[in-house]
Design a protein around this ligand. Structure first.
Ligand code: SF4
Ligand code: SF4
Length: 318
């Protein structure tokens, strides 16, 4: 048994179990216009792995069986999947609430100029990466010129009502620029709000702080700097039992670009399938079997339970 599984059993007296599915997270592919230093899925402009329309149809069937669940689209840059708009159109037509995780700069790629209007027109909720309110920190992590393009995209989204009208939420994502835990989410949100408003007139809905997982390019970075073991110890030493209730794996199912299923995208990257003999592929899944399954965990899970906790929805406890 792993140290993480032991920590969970000490608190809960049992392994982690899933509850009702509130989110279907769908990775539309590993193709991205950026190659960020911290990227845990190691997306680049050269990656060719993208979800096909056939797999999307299986996801549509899954979503139909879970009508209360939000469909959360991620990547790579999900907008670069050629079936992105058709998929969103079908999801919306079926009445699902859809959220897109965007890197903002993708709106300046060829063929993407009207993507913000498309998203607003379909009432899509947005989660946008902006790992700092200062330009040097963003460009250092994501590439030269990313901050300037991100601010331009945020202003454009604001002009369409994003971050200003309640039906068009625009949440920003912070993640640390190095081997440390995120600061307090509420305090940092206040700083983001002040800086972005004063300097650029930008509004947003909420700030979500996310802990860097020691995997993918972030792990490579840590290893090159001799910090990998120290960072993993930091995560383990800051295990917070209060985060267990809110762990995203307990409330979601994750579908990878090739249709394989996992409890979260970190497990997906690590090739960890669902437990309990559940099928590996979304096309074979009986959605009724998702609730009450045992979550597959590993030492990487300390990345979700350290300090205030971390999930795709930000910190788990205040
Ligand atoms: S972190 Fe996001 S924007 Fe950056 S390379 Fe990875 S998928 Fe693309
Ligand atoms: S890494 Fe995945 S399975 Fe582990 S605690 Fe985090 S969300 Fe749950």
């Amino acid at each position: 048994m792993t140290n993480f599984a032991q920590s969970v059993r000490q608190v809960l007296g049992a392994d982690l179990q899933s509850q009702a599915v509130q989110t279907i997270q769908v990775n539309l592919g590993l193709l991205c216009n950026l190659s960020c230093r911290h990227c845990h899925v190691e997306a680049t402009p050269q990656r060719t792995e993208i979800m096909t329309w056939e797999t999307m149809q299986s996801v549509l069937r899954l979503a139909k069986a879970l009508p209360q669940a939000q469909v959360d689209l991620t990547g790579g840059a999900p907008e670069l999947n050629p079936c992105f708009r058709q998929f969103i159109g079908s999801l919306c037509e079926a009445g699902h609430q859809v959220q897109v995780r965007t890197n903002l700069t993708v709106f300046f790629e060829a063929g993407q100029a009207d993507t913000p209007e498309f998203l607003a027109g379909h009432g899509i909720h947005l989660v946008a990466s902006l790992p700092c309110y200062l330009d040097d920190n963003v460009d250092n992590q994501r590439g030269g010129g990313v901050y300037r393009r991100s601010i331009a995209a945020l202003r454009r989204l604001n002009s369409l009502g994003y971050g200003r009208r309640p039906e068009l939420p625009l949440n920003l994502v912070y993640n640390p620029g190095g081997a440390f835990l995120p600061p307090d989410q509420a305090t940092l949100e206040a700083a983001y709000r002040r800086e972005l408003k004063e300097r650029f007139g930008v509004d947003f809905t909420r700030l979500l702080t996310i802990t860097n997982m020691p995997m993918g390019r972030f792990l490579n970075d840590l290893q090159q700097n001799g910090q990998a073991e120290r960072y993993k110890t930091l995560l383990t030493d800051n295990f917070n039992r209060a985060t267990l209730d809110g762990l995203m794996c307990r409330h979601q199912i994750c579908v990878s670009w090739d249709g394989t299923l996992a409890d979260c995208d970190f497990n997906s990257i690590l090739g960890m399938s669902l437990a309990g003999g559940l099928p590996e592929h979304v096309a074979q899944l009986d959605p009724a079997l998702l609730q009450g399954r045992t979550i597959v965990t590993g030492e990487h899970c300390f990345g979700c339970t350290a300090g205030c906790g971390s999930s795709c929805g930000g910190a788990l406890v205040a």
